[in-house]
Design a protein around this ligand. Structure first.
Ligand SMILES: C[S@@+](CC[C@H](N)C(=O)[O-])C[C@H]1O[C@@H](n2cnc3c(N)ncnc32)[C@H](O)[C@@H]1O
Length: 191
């Protein structure tokens, strides 16, 4: 059975609509990742993506994930390092834009969650930890496809600030030799 939690009703609503479009059944509940409403050893896999960057105590959330996993069950946790974003060409406006994204993430949680995943998983009691560092970079058609997503993340973080940087980001893929990259950790471990 596919199950999922989020602390925000609106996010659960969006997930329900998305799953319905895909024709998938799931039990979605409102819950804090650090206080799940499932019995011990309920799942054989936990997947969490871009959640630990927001929670006040990431190790507590990972301990809770381990509690609901069967012995030998696996976790996949995906987090980014917002300080690692680079663009080519690098302009003052784009540099200022991504520096402010990292600052805003830090003020509301963490900007470098990916870099901490391995240590937090060990502290939470997981074994066979693979930090899963991936240095992603996009250019050409891949950059065209990726940019709307990056622009949406930037806008959801900064709102309407940095008009010049956001405008440059939207047209980055039209510039000769353009590229954008960042470091993501897709960490895996065993309960
Ligand atoms: C950046 S979004 C990622 C959403 C989704 N995982 C994805 O990859 O598209 C972060 C999500 O974490 C949720 N969240 C923040 N703190 C949480 C907590 N303590 N427990 C559960 N969910 C939380 C937010 O409501 C939001 O939906």
């Amino acid at each position: 059975m596919l199950s999922g939690v989020d602390i925000e009703d609106s996010q659960l609503g969006a997930a329900r609509a998305h799953l319905a479009d895909l024709g998938l059944q799931a039990d979605l509940r409102r819950a804090d990742a650090a206080a799940l409403t499932y019995e011990d050893a309920s799942f054989d896999h936990v997947w969490m993506m871009w959640v630990l960057e927001h929670v006040p105590d990431p190790v507590a959330a990972l301990k809770e994930a381990r509690r609901v996993l069967v012995s030998g069950g696996r976790i996949t946790a995906i987090e980014v390092d917002y300080n690692s974003v680079w663009t080519s060409p690098e302009t003052d406006a784009l540099r200022a834009l991504f520096a402010d994204v990292a600052r805003t993430m830090e003020a509301n949680g963490r900007s470098d969650t990916g870099a901490h995943l391995e240590g937090w998983l060990v502290k939470a009691g997981f074994g066979s930890v693979d930090p899963g560092e991936r240095r992603l970079h996009y250019s050409g058609g891949e950059l065209f496809r990726q940019l709307p997503y990056v622009a949406a993340v930037v806008e959801s973080t900064l709102g309407t600030q940095h008009e010049a940087g956001r405008a440059e980001l939207k047209t980055l893929a039209t510039r000769p030799g353009a590229a954008l990259g960042f470091t993501v950790h897709k960490a895996t471990a065993e309960a």
